[in-house]
Design a protein around this ligand. Structure first.
Ligand code: MN
Length: 260
């Protein structure tokens, strides 16, 4: 598969269902997608489940990254997302957790923190072939996409206008982590800068990454990560309807000083 460019699917007008940070929360993912009218085509038990995702009216999900870590079923989330994305029935952009897991799969020495330990434990049961497939899939994920003739931009942590359609190291860092200060807070967590308050670009930007109890909207920048893995909600934003559909988390799977 050749690398996806940010503008490659610009002519796709949807309609889309934009969904943020799954973080391995496959129970809630199944419930949300069914609520949105998808046929899941599920086979196999929890933990070894396969899916053939489709929508009777041709809607497409757009997954905003952070597929893995913290939650109980990261391999199932990958078995849901990968075939749908590869077949063109869904789009996926890379999250910082997906990128870190890819580097671990690649043999890099990454810190096993922030919920990566759960993913590694769950992957002990998975085959070498599946790990290889996941690695290849994560390698090919774009960091942002323009959709619906450039009226919609999706990136895991959002993207300032100067990086729209750009492929660079600075663009990648922004799309994965957002606009962050050089120093960290007292918990060692990155300090976020509010780029949305200055946003005046043409596309509506929809992102995840910054988990908060409520969806946040500022200047046509939507953050729809409502912290499912922390016991919040899993949220979908329907495009172009701009309707929110939410499923409450079945439990809090992960504790953190900040929903992050
Ligand atoms: Mn996240």
């Amino acid at each position: 598969m050749s690398p996806v460019t940010p503008t490659q699917f610009q002519s796709d007008t949807g309609p889309f269902d934009l969904i943020g940070d799954f973080h391995g929360c496959a129970d809630e993912a199944e419930m949300l997608l069914e609520r949105l009218g998808y046929t899941l085509g599920m086979t196999g038990p929890v933990g070894a489940r396969n899916y053939a995702l489709s929508h009777p009216h041709g809607r497409k999900p757009v997954f905003l990254g952070d597929l893995v870590d913290r939650g109980p079923r990261s391999p199932d989330i990958l078995r849901l997302v990968m075939p749908a994305t590869k077949s063109g029935r869904a789009y996926t952009v890379m999250g910082n957790h997906d990128d870190k897991f890819r580097r671990w799969l690649d043999g890099h020495n990454v810190k096993v923190t922030h919920g990566l330990e759960e993913t590694l434990h769950q992957f002990e049961r998975e085959s070498v072939a599946f790990r290889h497939e996941v690695r290849e899939f994560l390698y090919d994920l774009p960091t942002h996409l323009l959709l619906d003739r450039g009226s919609l931009l999706v990136a895991h942590a959002g993207l300032a206008e100067k990086f729209h359609g750009v492929n660079s190291g600075a663009e990648r860092s922004f799309a994965l982590f957002g606009d962050v200060a050089k120093h960290r807070d007292e918990h060692g967590l990155p300090i976020r800068l509010n780029w949305a308050c200055d946003y005046s670009g043409t596309p509506t930007v929809v992102h995840g990454h910054v988990a908060e109890p409520e969806v946040r909207v500022e200047n046509r920048v939507w953050c729809i990560d409502t912290g499912c893995c922390f016991g919040g909600h899993l949220t979908a934003l329907r495009w172009p309807e701009m309707e929110l559909v939410q499923i409450p988390a079945l439990k809090a799977y992960f504790q953190s000083p900040r929903w992050d």
